[in-house]
Design a protein around this ligand. Structure first.
Ligand code: PGA
Length: 256
């Protein structure tokens, strides 16, 4: 049984004090979290405050949105995996489509980050997904296969189950357009088959695959009911603590 994982990707939003008041509201909304893992992924500046605030809540983890692949050195503006791990960060997003499109991250860079994250003791959330043009040209499988196989190249078998894959069709990110549950499930099943080729079926069965792209309380339950959808990476709707809490409830409902 794969434990569902719901992650809030705040992107470049919320100061550390806004993050703390968000967290207070969020906690009073969600109550007890059972059977799933919740990850809040704020900008770097809010990580220390949220790590402290969530200390006594094992179901809630704090993540980071990016990291550099080198351990240290002359890389102005960058943050290493070891620096994140020292703050008790558990997850780090790698290869988000915004990083790929706006900051020129290639599959090779994504692979270096994935390996460096694992080496630092972090769990990478490896984002993959096609553009609308690629979908319309029937290239979904080709694109996903390349992003996954190059992203995971040379990852040691013992580390493979630590990875979370996030399927985020680019046309669904921040657009209000979601892949319908059947479309999403089809892509997730394909991703699992590629993982199976690369890592073997038992490992592929353990790797969690999140869906991302305009997830909201209204569509969460149907998505989370799909066999190969093991959670969500939520952007816009996670910026409101009440709406992220409702997504968690809808996921719990899908489990029951
Ligand atoms: P969205 O973003 O939920 O606002 O579509 C998801 C993401 O980019 O991770």
């Amino acid at each position: 049984m794969r434990k569902k994982i719901l992650a809030a990707n705040w992107k470049m939003n919320l100061t550390h004090s806004e993050a703390l008041s968000y967290f207070e509201t969020f906690l009073s909304e969600i109550g007890q979290v059972n059977d799933l893992e919740v990850v809040i992924i704020p900008p770097f500046t809010a990580i220390p405050a949220l790590v402290l605030a969530s200390e006594k809540m094992p179901a809630i983890r704090i993540g980071a949105q990016n990291m550099h692949w080198e351990k240290s050195g002359a890389f102005t503006g960058e943050v290493s995996g070891a620096m994140l791990r020292a703050l008790y960060v558990k997850y780090v997003i790698v290869g988000h489509s915004e990083r790929r499109m706006l900051f020129g991250e290639t599959d090779e860079i994504v692979n270096r980050k994935t390996k460096a994250a694992l080496e630092a003791g972090l769990r990478p959330i490896l984002c993959v997904g096609e553009t609308l043009q690629e979908r319309d040209s029937n290239l979904i499988e080709k694109v996903l296969r390349k992003q996954i196989s190059e992203g995971l190249e040379d990852v040691a078998p013992k580390d493979q189950p630590e990875i979370v894959v996030a399927y985020e069709p680019i046309w669904a990110i921040g657009t209000g357009r979601t892949a319908n549950p059947a479309e999403a499930e089809q892509a997730h099943a394909f991703i699992r088959s590629v993982l199976s080729e690369l890592c073997g079926a038992p490992t592929a069965d353990r790797i969690r695959i999140q869906y991302g792209g305009s997830v909201k309380p209204e569509n969460a339950e149907d998505l989370m009911r799909q066999k190969n959808i093991d959670g969500a990476l939520v952007g816009g709707a996670s910026l409101d603590p009440r709406s992220f809490a409702r997504i968690i409830w809808r996921t719990e409902a899908a489990l029951s």
